[in-house]
Design a protein around this ligand. Structure first.
Ligand SMILES: [Cu+2]
Length: 487
């Protein structure tokens, strides 16, 4: 069976125009092999149409009334088309780049060879400026994955994950789990980034506050942070797009993706609970109902919501300013009208271990300490980020890991920022979160809160270069990376 590339047909908030552009996408797919004459960059030449085609190019996104964002996206829409693949079934991928800058297309959360993973540090194939790249990959594992640009943006807030280059990838399992009446894919993203010196305070406990107070002495002041003017779900500000239309009694499976460049967010749907069934696309041992979801940059959550509170509601961020600036979407029951309602949820601390079980983790073959540090940039400068005391050095030899051995990544965040750290081409299992043992929660991003420790175990199965980094673009760009080599 072939992988399909389809528009967001199942998603209520897509307008007719989006749907039409989705159809255009489908035609691009058929014509893909003959619309460009630029040379192949490498990989597997293969006659005939590709199974998946992504065309990188300028796109205008109407995020609100009289408010259009000019950015770079995939196939003329933001988010890009929902790409469905089947676990273990190889696909041919065509990447066209209609921009003047080389691009990297990263298949986030998939266990695939380094050359097609889409990261410069892993020496992946590049999509040349105004050029074309074709290769094959075998999608795995099943679950909610995604695709996004992996270029360094540095000080340019119109590159990398600041743009509209992101889209859902759903790798269909060999057998379908769970029952639901409707499936909705929702991706959050912020627009119109700007530099600010205002630091966004994370919620902190007494221990975190004490450590922060101790650390603030004798330091340069904090460097640039990023703020945003506008917030969207599936490219629309709250109230502008079509609502998610539901019926009383339905079980709706939501696939949430935080496609931000730099923001960790929360989402709530007043009057309803989220039954969390998978994190980063991987089923959790103990599905649990929660009122508020926490999503660090690049994290995904699959949650089932039972629609049993008829009305018109706002699914959105508990942060009033950000919701006012667009971070939300209306959920509308059939035959219900009126102003969408918002009720502030109770404050709850997000806890990954809620979804884990009590199994004891096998002892690792080796512990890899990863101590996170920060060098303040001072006013008008960029902060730098260190792992084990060093900013990323592309001349340094990668750290060698061996296939089949169990490694424990021992994260020790010695900064006050929360870091959504990501390991490429592998999944890891959380084994200890803030001193509490857990098991069975398998992820590819984990958000390290300020001054906290998390252990995550993994066993590399595929050789080659493996990039580890913070998924906060500004942190990644300024040092927060480490390269492994699996042999
Ligand atoms: Cu970070």
């Amino acid at each position: 069976m072939k992988a399909r590339e389809i528009p967001f047909m199942s998603h209520a908030s897509h307008t007719r125009r989006d749907f039409v552009s989705g159809l255009t996408t489908g035609m691009g797919l058929l014509l893909g092999g003959c619309t460009r004459t630029t040379p192949e960059t490498g990989a597997t030449p293969d006659a005939g149409p590709a199974d998946v085609t992504l065309r990188i190019g300028p796109v205008l996104v109407d995020i609100a009334k009289d408010h259009t964002i000019s950015t770079i996206g995939y196939n003329g829409s933001v988010p890009g088309p929902l790409i469905r693949m089947r676990e273990g079934v190889p696909v041919t991928v065509d990447l066209f780049n209609d921009t003047d800058a080389p691009e990297l297309v990263h298949w986030h959360g998939q266990i695939i060879p380094a050359d097609v993973d889409g990261a410069a540090e892993e020496q992946s194939l590049v999509v040349p400026a105004n050029g074309h790249l074709r290769y094959r990959l075998t999608p795995q594992p099943a679950g909610a994955r995604w695709v996004h640009s992996h270029v360094m943006a540095m000080s340019d807030l119109h590159r990398g994950t600041y743009t509209g280059q992101f889209g859902f990838v759903y790798v269909e399992p060999k057998s379908q789990p769970g029952s639901y009446d409707q499936e909705i894919f929702l991706a959050t993203h912020e627009w119109e980034p700007f530099y600010t010196t205002a630091e966004e305070g994370e919620e902190m406990d007494a221990e975190q506050k004490a450590r922060m107070a101790a650390q603030k002495k004798d330091e340069k002041p904090n460097g640039w942070e990023i703020g945003y003017q506008r917030f969207t779900i599936n490219g629309k500000c709250l109230g502008f797009g079509e609502p998610v239309r539901v019926k009383e009694g339905q079980r709706v499976l939501f696939h949430f993706l935080n496609a931000s460049a730099t923001e960790n967010i929360q989402l709530a749907l007043p009057g309803h609970m989220f039954q969390v069934v998978a994190l980063d696309g991987n089923p959790v041992p103990r599905p649990q109902a929660v009122e508020v979801l926490d999503l660090g940059t690049a994290e995904r959550i699959d949650a089932v919501v039972e629609m049993k509170n008829p009305g018109v509601w706002i699914l959105g961020t508990p942060k009033d300013d950000d919701r006012r600036d667009g971070m939300g979407i209306v959920v509308e029951y059939a035959d219900k009208t009126g102003q969408p309602r918002w009720i502030k949820p109770a404050k709850k601390v997000w806890d990954y271990t809620l979804f884990g079980d009590n199994r004891a983790a096998p002892a690792p073959d080796e512990v890899v300490p990863l101590v996170i540090g920060k060098i303040n940039g001072g006013t008008g400068g960029f902060n730098q980020w260190t792992i084990n005391g060093k900013v990323y050095d592309d001349k340094a030899e990668p750290r060698i890991l061996h296939k089949g051995k169990r490694y424990r990544l021992a994260f020790d965040n010695q900064t006050d920022d929360a870091h959504p750290v990501h390991l490429h081409r592998n999944n890891f299992e959380l084994t200890n979160v803030h001193g509490k043992a857990t098991g069975g929660v398998v992820k590819d991003v984990v958000t390290l809160k300020g001054f906290k420790k998390i252990d995550a175990d993994f066993t590399p199965v595929m050789d080659g270069l493996v990039l580890f980094h913070c998924h906060q673009q500004l942190h990644m760009d300024y040092g927060f990376k480490l390269l492994f080599k699996v042999t």
